[in-house]
Design a protein around this ligand. Structure first.
Ligand SMILES: Cc1ncc(COP(=O)(O)O)c(C=O)c1O
Length: 300
């Protein structure tokens, strides 16, 4: 929600694009939209805002191509992807984007309690964000010692020093946390091999595995997805669904969304769910999660 809400806050209009098989926005479909937009006399599409869903970094080659070919801004939502890599590129390094954003909410790979960060390689964007964070106020060396100028309508979006201290200590642990998440994910991959459950993607060595998603065709079972969730939760397994499609939320419906053509996302919503993954999940607990699922699907 936060990603598309921020587009609305900025006074812009989000256009939702279907996802690909790995859960990330389909960048080929984005290109089709940009091409259509280019053929109009007034270009409406200004930017692509793409989430690196579940920790799976966006296709960097395609982002680079889109940015160079269409002169379009690229924003990467790396809230799930902190610690992720694609070849030599680290999530959030803005190798092929203008900005990347991070959340440090307690459920994220690292936390500052609440808050987040934005990274950019652009001096101009950096200066603008610094000002907007603090009431739109600018200071520079050409001004008199007491002077400052409010040039934009900014906000109080300052993170506290105490939170930053926590963030810095968390950052030191990031590689260890992500390594353990990858281990757990690869263990799930192994356990689901040759079963009716299919990981959203497997053998992904670059993902930071904020979320581990599996697909299951519930039409083949005697129980439906809601019963499956309830039964697993009764067994103490914290199964989740990331996420309900944003365009189907009442607020978005009330402003005209909800009927976009998104067959891959619709299927994702029918079949997918997320399993517990966090660094302190023990092997025993993980086996319990998987055995509980196997018991359910073999009974049903
Ligand atoms: C992909 C993604 N983007 C943005 C956010 C928003 O983060 P916050 O709640 O810290 O603003 C989240 C948080 O859950 C998220 O998962």
């Amino acid at each position: 929600m936060a990603t598309s809400n921020s587009i609305l806050y900025a006074g812009a209009v989000p256009k939702f694009i279907d996802i690909g098989k790995d859960g990330n926005i389909d960048l080929d479909l984005c290109e089709d939209e940009i091409k259509k937009d280019k053929s109009r006399c007034l270009r409406l599409i200004k930017a692509i805002y793409a989430v690196a869903f579940s920790g799976n970094i966006l296709n960097q080659k395609k982002l680079q191509y889109l940015r160079e070919t269409y002169d379009i801004l690229i924003l990467e939502d790396c809230c799930h992807a902190i610690g992720a890599t694609e070849k030599a590129i680290k999530a959030g390094s803005c190798a092929n984007s203008d900005v990347s954003i991070f959340s440090f909410h307690p459920i994220k790979n690292i936390t500052t309690g609440e808050g987040g960060a934005i990274t950019t390689n652009s001096e101009e964007i950096y200066r603008k964000i610094l000002a907007l964070r603090s009431h739109g106020v600018y200071r520079d060396k050409t001004m008199k010692p007491w002077e400052y100028e409010m040039r934009d309508l900014g906000f109080n979006y300052r993170i506290s020093d105490i939170q930053c201290a926590l963030g810095l200590s968390q950052l030191k642990k990031l590689d260890r946390f992500v390594e353990r998440r990858r281990e757990i994910a690869h263990h799930y991959d192994e356990l689901f091999k040759n079963s009716i459950l299919t990981p959203l993607y497997s053998d992904n060595t670059g993902s930071s595995y904020h979320i581990y998603v599996v697909k299951l065709d519930f039409t083949k079972l005697k129980i439906n997805k809601a019963q499956f969730f309830s039964k697993l939760r009764e067994k103490g397994v914290g199964v989740q669904l990331h996420y309900i499609p944003i365009n189907k939320q009442p607020y978005y419906r009330s402003i005209g969304y909800g009927s976009e053509n998104t067959p891959v996302m619709d299927k994702y919503y029918e079949e997918c769910f997320s399993l517990p993954i966090f660094p302190t999940l023990s092997d025993k607990e993980q086996r319990y999660v998987v055995n509980s699922i196997f018991e359910l699907v073999s009974d049903a």
